[in-house]
Design a protein. Structure first.
Length: 454
């Protein structure tokens, strides 16, 4: 690994150490979802695998991983495993995983863009910015499933791009034990591997000759048996997951009443606005990218696409806007204040965002098409729809992996774009941590301290 990567990893580790200490000192006991996760992990550390808290809706991958990591340490140190499964050490597991995500992002950047397309420092800086992405980075310091889930899907993707199909499927299948919706990303990785293989095969067949779209599609149909043989591990993972749904009667475990799938179409527009907001400093630094986007509006087809998106967003917002009971009942999260102070101020507000929503969708597609094929972009958008639309709750954590995929696959920012992105990520994280640590509050009739977080 290059020296620059080691230096950045050291810097990230130091930042994680400081924030981990601050957050643990302020909140040494389990908080929010940790109230369910930590006791369940401690049950597993006592080798009690029969107990299950029905409030937990995700599989036990997080707890099994903790046991697998801490059990060898228990044997080496001669300490009971139960004693090692403290809140602070369970959180430390996620901190270590968060640091490990950084070199993985660096590897993916080089794999996707090529080692000669950017300087080492630019690639390291870009990966560091993604590792510091505020929403996911904050949850590095709590015992949540998010960090482990993100790491495993990124690792499975990296293995798939490197040609290790079986290992990729194994890792991605393990990611399902952290979060069930990762099944969509299992299909995505399989689709990307298949697309790359098909494109290489068509390129060989073409050999300088022009190939029509129909000939390309017929070639794809002909290759289906070969693709299934190549991608059988991913196909098996998907089939096993479908059997799980039939057996369980739902995607969610435990409390299914508040985790039912719906048709929350505006969730897509929230995601595209979220993506453009966090990617703004990085993307606006590329003048040619901005100029080419503006020139698109001279194209009749592009204008027609904008009009269609406006109509689609109007119908989606008017008929499918949904406020989950959790969103309105919990003032400890950003989405509560977004909903209360923006969308609930006046009934017309949600309609005023239709033009920005449409522009954000077009901007994301435009940026991706700069270096990705149309088929890749369609696959990505299809998977984003499948992941987000069924989610009734507006929760920024659901946007993390789709955003990271977007950020990995767009043209890399200029140096000042990277600096601007760093400033944005660090500023948002520091505000969130300061609010969490220094400004706790109490609810009427409840003596417990409440803390603000994502």
């Amino acid at each position: 690994m290059p020296r620059e990567l080691w230096l950045a990893a050291g810097f990230l580790s130091a930042c994680c150490g400081v924030l981990y200490t601050l957050i643990n000192a302020a909140q040494p006991s389990p908080y929010m979802d940790e109230v369910f996760h930590v006791p369940q992990a401690q049950r597993y550390c006592s080798y009690d695998f029969s107990h299950w808290d029905l409030m937990i809706t995700t599989p036990p991958g997080l707890y099994l991983t903790s046991v697998a990591v801490l059990a060898p340490a228990s044997w080496i140190l001669g300490i009971e495993l139960e004693a090692l499964c403290s809140v602070s050490l369970l959180r430390a597991q996620n901190v270590l995983i968060s640091v490990a995500i950084f070199p993985l992002l660096y590897f993916l950047l080089l794999r996707i863009h090529g080692s000669t397309s950017t300087t080492t420092w630019a690639a390291v800086h870009s990966a560091l910015n993604m590792a510091l992405f505020p929403v996911s980075f904050f949850f590095s310091f709590l015992y949540y499933t998010d960090i482990g889930s993100t790491f495993l899907v990124l690792l499975g993707y990296a293995l798939g791009l490197s040609g290790h199909t079986l290992l990729s499927a194994v890792v991605l299948t393990w990611s399902l034990w952290f979060r069930q919706t990762n099944i969509i990303w299992v299909a995505f990785v399989a689709g990307v591997i298949g697309l790359q293989w098909v494109e290489r095969e068509r390129e060989r067949e073409r050999e300088g000759k022009q190939m029509t779209k129909w000939a390309f599609l017929l070639g794809v149909v002909r290759d289906v048996p070969t693709l299934l043989r190549m991608l059988w591990p991913h196909v098996c993972s998907i089939l096993l997951f479908l059997l799980f749904i039939v057996w369980n009667g739902s995607v969610a475990l435990g409390d299914k009443t508040h985790h039912q799938a719906g048709l929350h179409l505006p969730q897509l527009f929230y995601f595209f606005a979220f993506t453009c907001g966090f990617a703004a400093t990085a993307m606006l630094s590329q003048i040619e990218l901005i100029a080419s986007f503006l020139k698109r509006f001279r194209d009749v087809n592009w204008i027609a696409s904008f009009c269609i998106l406006m109509i689609a967003s109007l119908l989606a917002v008017h008929y499918f806007t949904y406020a989950h009971p959790y969103l309105l009942a919990d003032n400890r999260h950003y989405p509560f204040y977004v909903w209360k102070n923006v969308f609930q101020r006046h009934w017309i507000i949600k309609y005023l965002y239709l033009p920005p929503y449409s522009l954000c969708v077009l901007a994301v597609v435009h940026v991706l098409l700069k270096i990705q094929t149309a088929l890749w972009v369609l696959l990505y958008l299809f998977c984003v729809i499948l992941v987000l639309v069924p989610q009734k709750l507006l929760e920024f954590r659901y946007f993390v992996f789709p955003y990271l995929l977007f950020r990995l696959h767009v043209p890399q920012p200029s140096w000042w774009g990277l600096v601007g992105e760093s400033v944005l990520h660090v500023a948002v994280t520091m505000v969130t941590v300061v609010l969490f640590v220094n400004y706790p509050f109490r609810w009427p009739g409840n003596d417990s301290l409440q803390r603000f977080m994502w």
